[in-house]
Design a protein around this ligand. Structure first.
Ligand code: GGG
Length: 352
């Protein structure tokens, strides 16, 4: 198969982890006789430095024409003083919006060699397998008005959703729960927020269409607590943009490191964007020590979801698991035994 893939390395550790994705794609291409044509474009702070804006038109065009997109990370202190609309993060939010990528799938799956890497008790995390389905193009991150008053003394952000936007993401949650044989937890803040009350109404309506899925509602505060006190309670979690962003970082504790989590941002059909859940990690950028596995696992998700390459995706996941079983890990993982390797070392082990 021949596939056109746009690479958006972005900022901070973005370029270092993208090396890992490129290396696994090259290896898969040569083993399975595929051709991945890789086109690199700028986004975030990198695009601000090169073109003065976080999301240049040619990046959007290239993404629209691609078969899939791989993104590293955006943001960093270098651009902190910029006004909100010019910041690197606007590039990431903008590409999701421009492509209509409303559903962000964040699997939280522990690799057994890392079961002791989590600060939580082993019996809590062993066998954990959760999918967080996060709404990605609405809510507080996009609502208008958003900004600061002229005198700088007040601020506003707006949490808005249309019923249609809620329906399509809730459907994604139910479909995912159905495929996984079952249980959906809808997370909201319906005791306080009007948007959450509509969210709950939609979930109850949709539940009738998916009688094979058991559904429960949880308030986000208690869901956050339960995620680390009883994580095995959860199978699929569906939630709005901000709650999903926060809960998925929290859930990464179950896997031992935020550096382990991949994600897929998709729409009903067409192009998908794949990126690790973590950000640009400016504190370790350029040191060659970042964990590349979240990025490599995102490339595996791309092969599976966008190209239907199940065998190839499984091979990458097995290679990651094998490298960890062989004792190799980056220093973000709190593993007592084994060998600490740098980013390149980890990439080489997976390729091997
Ligand atoms: N790879 C994810 C990333 O770059 N995160 C930084 C960020 O701005 N995240 C906001 C979000 O994911 O909505």
């Amino acid at each position: 198969m021949r596939k056109e893939v746009v690479l958006l390395p972005g900022d901070g550790v973005g370029k270092e982890i993208m090396r890992g994705a490129k290396a696994v794609l090259e290896t898969i291409a040569s083993e399975y006789h595929h051709e991945f044509v890789l086109h690199e474009h700028a986004i975030g702070g990198d695009a601000i430095d090169q073109h003065g804006i976080p999301l240049p038109d040619d990046t959007v065009k290239a993404c629209e024409n691609a078969d899939a997109i791989l993104l590293g990370a955006v943001g960093g202190p270098k651009w902190d003083a910029l006004p909100a609309e010019k910041r690197p993060e606007k590039g990431l939010l903008g590409i999701r919006k421009a492509l209509g990528l409303f559903a962000n799938l964040r699997p939280v799956q522990g690799f057994s060699p890392l079961v002791h890497a989590s600060p939580l008790k082993t019996e809590l995390v062993d066998g954990c397998d959760i999918l967080i389905v996060r709404e990605l193009t609405g809510g507080l991150y996009f609502g208008e008005p958003s900004g600061r008053s002229e005198d700088g003394q007040s601020v506003v952000d707006t949490l808005s959703y249309t019923r249609k936007e809620i329906e399509r993401i809730v459907d994604k949650g139910f479909q995912a729960a159905r495929l996984r044989g079952g249980h959906l937890t809808s997370v909201d803040k319906a005791n306080v927020l009007e948007s959450s009350r509509m969210w709950r109404e939609v979930v109850n309506e949709k539940a009738e269409l998916y009688p094979d899925v058991t559904v429960e509602h949880q308030l986000v505060d208690s869901a956050a607590m339960k995620l680390i006190t009883n994580p095995k309670h959860f199978d699929v979690i569906v939630t709005e943009n901000l709650f999903g962003d926060i809960l998925s970082d929290e859930a990464s504790v179950l896997t031992g490191s935020l550096g382990m989590l991949p994600s897929a941002s998709v729409r009903t059909d067409g192009v998908g964007l794949y990126e690790p859940v973590h950000g640009s990690a400016p504190d370790i950028a350029g040191k060659g020590i970042v964990n590349p596995l979240g990025m490599i696992l995102s490339a595996a998700m791309m092969l599976r979801h966008s190209f239907g390459m199940e065998k190839e995706a499984e091979q990458i996941e097995r290679a990651v698991s094998q490298s960890l079983s062989d004792g190799y890990h980056t220093r973000d993982l709190n593993v007592q035994s084994g060998k600490v390797v740098d980013t390149e070392g980890m990439i080489s082990k997976v390729i091997e």
